[in-house]
Design a protein. Structure first.
Ligand code: PXP
Length: 248
């Protein structure tokens, strides 16, 4: 893959959200993942939450069996999730904060305050061969802590930038964008691989995709919603096109 390349990871959580609204077996997130793989995505992300509100344990098993692209297994830093990750040994583990009452992952992980605990938590996962990604805000303190504990990747939470863009608050959007740009350069300078995600849409993806240090975008909710109108493959292709345009 060329140095300038930017990977697209599809988060399939919300295929499972629709399935779970009725219970039963459809729409099947594993089928969506296979279709997305055929459409050219570079990876699949799935977040197994403590409350199993969308992805379920059987989905992770199905994804591990079916996928040829890497699985980015998103999870909270709990003993239960560590045991599941160690059983499956996905390509990457993305550690995120998780609150039962939140609708979605609201912020980045507090790495600096939990440094020792997290360092111990990720050690067996690293030993098992998983790449370690930490979902962080664009905050130098958190990025430095992620680096110190030995993470391979930081995924920058771009949600505040996306929200400001959607709400038309362009001053705030530009402020958020500037700190994301600065922190992606900083994280890269420490030797961390830089990913970004949360809230990205066709409308706001390009400025983030244009950051030269960002190597992967993880996008879910918008693309799964867009698939209702266009179909999953065209929805993915349009995102890919915009990313390539931003990068060229
Ligand atoms: N990356 C991480 C770490 C996330 O927690 C999420 C949301 O689950 C995403 C990417 C995808 O965000 P969205 O569904 O808003 O595109």
């Amino acid at each position: 893959m060329a140095d300038n390349s930017l990977r697209l990871g599809l988060n399939i959580d919300h295929v499972a959200t629709v399935r779970n609204a009725r219970g039963g077996a459809y729409p099947d997130p594993v089928r969506a993942a296979i279709m997305a793989e055929e459409a050219g995505v570079d990876g699949i992300t799935a977040h197994l939450r403590e409350d199993r509100r969308h992805i379920m344990d059987t989905d992770i098993e199905g994804l591990m069996q079916a996928l040829t692209v890497p699985l980015n297994f998103e999870m909270a830093a709990t003993d239960e999730m560590q045991a599941i990750a160690l059983r499956h040994r996905p390509h990457a583990v993305c550690i995120v904060p998780e609150k039962r009452e939140e609708r979605t992952t609201e912020g980045g992980l507090e790495v600096a305050r939990e440094e020792n605990k997290l360092a111990h938590f990720i050690a067996p996962l690293r030993d098992a061969g998983c790449r370690i990604s930490i979902f962080v805000a664009a905050d130098q303190k958190q990025i430095e802590a992620a680096h110190r504990i030995g993470a391979d990747i930081v995924e920058l939470h771009v949600g505040a930038y996306c929200d400001a863009h959607a709400e038309g608050d362009f001053d705030l959007r530009d402020t958020e964008l500037a700190s994301l740009r600065e922190m992606s350069t900083y994280a890269h300078s420490l030797g961390l691989e830089v990913h970004a995600g949360h809230g990205l849409t066709y409308d706001c993806v390009k400025p983030i995709a244009a950051f030269p240090e960002v190597q992967e975008l993880n996008i879910g909710h918008f693309l799964i919603g867009e698939a209702v109108f266009r179909g999953l493959t065209p929805a993915v292709h349009e995102m890919r096109r915009l990313m390539d345009e931003a990068r060229s």
